[in-house]
Design a protein around this ligand. Structure first.
Ligand code: BMA
Length: 334
């Protein structure tokens, strides 16, 4: 039996009444299921947007706030802030976030995409894929989702999918990431790095890699902020296979050791969610399920995942925590 699966002081956990949730549909045996009214965020929610997807959501005050990837009609990749009272209905700021940054060399916002948001100590940190002579990991923070401050990039180019842990581990900030190339990278493993100050990152450790001839054959990358459970850090991630029609992005999960999070305890052999609905299979980039955020209801032990669909819209999927953890262990192949 799992006791108290979700950490009390994590901002990904909630006691708010309005938690995005819908029970598993009848005749569905899957451990994760989709919201019946997906997509929750259409591509044109704000006038300038071509698409809104791969976005990050957290509990904020009595509701939710987030940082959204909005590609505009010039097809520039931009980050916008947004708020919601219930987690379904979003007001997204029509103007992109302008980070306050004293370092001119890194403040050129050529592009920013695939944000993650993570509460640590006293503020919400944002990490994203940030242009600096190629993709690398941008880091910033906000207290209120109005003013945003940019810190140093975490790594040299090229890197994508910077995902912070929601507390220091052994006194250090810890981040998962996926070193990459400058294009549509045909490889990718997950690494873990630590920092004493959110500026200098080192002690890089390999966490896990691809699995030949599977849904995670070509590359994998970390998704939402990890959730601390009694069974380890629960990490959702994307895995990519290369079909004769191009990349196919699915979602799986792993449990990592609490004190040494580069050690993988369990890892799903089969995907939890793969592109199967129209809005996941048809869009600007077909066949993409790309999770960037998870919120948890610690009392009811439920998880809601926000994921990008076909690089066009945003969807929601649900799981019961105890069932999910039991499933990850049973289906595991390291
Ligand atoms: C990745 C990133 C994601 C995108 C995915 C599928 O490399 O660019 O933003 O969802 O490709 O196009």
């Amino acid at each position: 039996m799992l006791k108290d699966a979700v950490l009390v002081n994590s901002a990904s956990t909630s006691t708010v009444e309005d938690f995005p949730w819908e029970c598993r549909p009848e005749k569905c045996d899957d451990v994760m299921w989709r919201y019946s009214r997906n997509p929750i965020i259409p591509r044109n929610l704000i006038p300038s947007s071509n698409s809104i997807f791969n976005s990050a959501v957290v509990h904020y005050e009595n509701g939710y706030a987030g940082v959204f990837r909005c590609d505009n009609k010039a097809r520039q990749m931009r980050l916008h802030s947004g708020k919601s009272i219930n987690g379904y209905d979003w007001q997204i700021n029509s103007e992109p976030i302008r980070f306050v940054c004293s370092e001119k060399a890194i403040s050129d916002f050529y592009y920013g995409y695939d944000p993650r948001v993570c509460w640590i100590d006293d503020r919400y940190y944002i990490t994203w894929c940030n242009w600096y002579h190629g993709p690398t990991i941008g880091v910033g923070y906000t207290y209120d989702f109005k003013e945003f401050y940019q810190l140093e990039n975490a790594f040299l180019p090229f890197n994508r999918n910077g995902v912070l842990f929601p507390r220091k581990i052994n006194g250090k900030y810890v981040m998962l990431s996926r070193p990459s190339d400058n294009g549509h990278t045909p490889f990718g493993d997950i690494y873990c790095s630590e920092s004493p100050d959110m500026c200098y990152w080192g002690k890089h450790r390999f966490v896990m890699g691809t699995k030949p001839w599977s849904w995670q054959h070509t590359k994998i990358g970390p998704g939402p902020t990890p959730i601390e459970t009694s069974e380890g850090w629960l990490v959702f991630y994307h895995g990519v296979l290369t079909s004769c029609n191009g990349f196919v992005y699915s979602m799986g999960a792993a449990l990592l050791d609490i004190d040494e999070p580069w050690k993988v305890l369990y890892r799903t052999k089969s995907y939890l969610l793969s592109p199967q609905t129209d809005y996941e299979c048809v869009g600007d980039v077909p066949n993409v399920v790309f999770p960037c955020a998870a919120v948890a209801d610690k009392h009811k032990k439920r998880i809601a995942i926000y994921y990008g669909c076909a690089d066009t819209v945003t969807g929601l999927a649900f799981a019961e925590i105890d069932e999910l953890l039991a499933h990850i262990k049973k289906d595991s192949e390291l």
